[in-house]
Design a protein around this ligand. Sequence first.
Ligand code: T1G
Length: 704
Amino acid sequence: MTEINYEIDGNIGVITVNNPPVNALSHAVRSGLKEAIDYAQNDASKALVIICEGRTFIAGADITEFGKPVQAPSLYDVLKAIENSQKPVIAAIHGSALGGGFETALACHYRCALDTAKVGLPEVKLGLLPGCSGTQRVPRLAGIKTALDMITIGNPISAENAKKAGLIDFVITGDLKKGALAYAEELVDQQAIPRRVRDMKVTSDGIEPGLFDSYRKKLAKKARGQLAPQHAIDCIEATMAMTFDEGLKLELDRFLSCLNSPQSSAMRHLFFAEREAGKVRDIARDTPIRDIKSVGIIGAGTMGGGIAMNFANAGIGVTLLDLNGEALDRGLQVIRKNYQISIKRGKLNETQLEERMSLITGSTNYDDLQKVDLVIEAVFEDINIKKSVFAQLDQICKPGAILATNTSYQDVDAIAAVTNRPQDVIGLHFFSPANVMKLLEVVRGEKTADDVIATAMKLARTINKVSVLAGVCYGFIGNRMLTNYIREAQMLLLEGATPELVDSTMQTWGMAMGPLAMGDLAGLDIGYAVRKARTDLPDDPKYCRISDLLYEMGRLGQKSGAGFYQYDAQTRARNSDPDIEALIKVEAERLGVIQRTISEEEIIARLIYPLINEGARILDEGIAQRPGDIDVVYAFGYGFPIFRGGPMCFADQVGLKEVFDTICQFRDRDPDDKFNGIYWEPASLLERLANEGKTFAEWSKSRD
Ligand code: T1G
């Protein structure tokens, strides 16, 4: 396939890039672009247009080439050729011109775009910064503030906004090529010269003192622990004092240090893992899927309402059913309130609110679910209640309707078994708040049909979720691993770490929230009920003893104003509670636990390694398809730091031998405590890979 085509149309040389799926700047594309630019310098064309086939303009460097030796011509060589062209070069943008793609457009002398197009520099989302002049050209074209906003956050902006900022010169409606050629001909008629961004000056107008440091502080919070945004700020700030070439040198230097960092390797891993997770190994990608035009949701509580919003947001009609009329009205009011919050945040307008509310119909009658294509049960987390709901659905719903449970833990096969259509039953585990959290665990029952799985994975994309396939076990992937994480957090309390030390250590490490504060947020009664319902927990008096005590004291967490911490009634600010720290000491003594000073290093290992260990078991049992899938679950559902790539990626970076040896040390540290030996029994897959000197990634590749 020819990645680059060149032809002359009137006075215009048209360079067309065609490298599906996103016209990434592969070696072939770079070579073809440079050849075409060089060739066109001597032909009859008066100006050149760079345009792309397919769904988008160039969407960036080819991320799959990172880590391999750069093959000439480099992107720098290509952009230099474009900028030094003696004829005006015009970029014609559609879809998303991102990263190196937008940098290519910035090296052009003029830029036009379809009104539906977007432009952006999302490199920080890969632990990188624009590595080919983006940090130097955007400030020259659009000013420092626009550069800081675009580059340190990495979100794309619309063609209209890009035009307002001076990044795009002309917005086209309708046929891009036609519009771009007309625009180019007009420039030729005007005898427009090659307008080089490198020659522009950066204005310091409006740059208040301390601007850069305020961004450094903002990003240190918003992108806690991430290096790339800080480097990007330095490069942008450099445009105020350095020449273009000096700035380019600094940018390249910082780009390479990011490229070679574990953070970028982790974030690039997650980029591909997120896309890989949506593919089911043993189901053909062209498996026919069922049409989902209408959805029924049972339970108008927090989860049911949040789930309903996802479908309404995607323009899919929802029947929200709750047998309790008051609960239904409350649920509908909460949905409306959530949308009103989005309006306040400028993410929605009144018309859209009403459109979405009109797609959600309340009902207290199961008969209203007779014609829906999919039902999602989101009732109380009790297996018997769920079974009775599914028995009813089996009687009422039309043949071919998909029957899904939103259960967080329960046995999907046991639920399917109460119906005459287990092949239509699946788990769709949303995460609270369901209208915000991106993760969706798709739980495959033993009898779930392939087309039902394929439909669910496709539907996840439709409602803007990241789907991960899980097998049936207690807690599927995420919650199963979380059990051990919570257990160790509380063991650490008995052994002498305060709630504040545990939580602050994990937050500094990168977790969105520490485990104890997270327990207070979710509600200690939830965890208590889950533990009491389980019959398979070790009969260890130390097991989650503190949260059980707190529950028995009526301290349920934020909802009751106190849990591990005290919460200010007005501001809900969290404060350490000396009474609880004293209570922990007394309980530790009663249980015969000797308290000691615990290092942050031990806290991190004691909390993260159980995730890795259980993740290894989950892989070995086939509950998750890939280690990357587990990483996606934790990055998108549990606040795991994206710059560490997820538990399994982090394990590979630490080294499985190191992880395994540390787990063995934890197992053997107290021979008298038999429970410790149980909790810290290394997973056999981890042991095997550690002994073979392999990584989880290598193990996964061997199964592709
Ligand atoms: N390189 C290689 N493959 C890519 C790719 C890229 N840049 N972008 C996407 N793909 C693959 C992706 O893995 C998937 O593969 C398929 O294309 C469709 O992607 C020098 C150094 C463009 C908005 O960060 O944001 O330039 O799973 O499912 O939902 O300064 O892809 O089909 O086998 O996401 O329509 C900067 C990343 C790179 C953009 C389209 N660019 N891509 O979304 O499709 S660094 C980015 C996206 C850089 C310079 C620096 C999205 C998209 P498969 P998809 P989509």
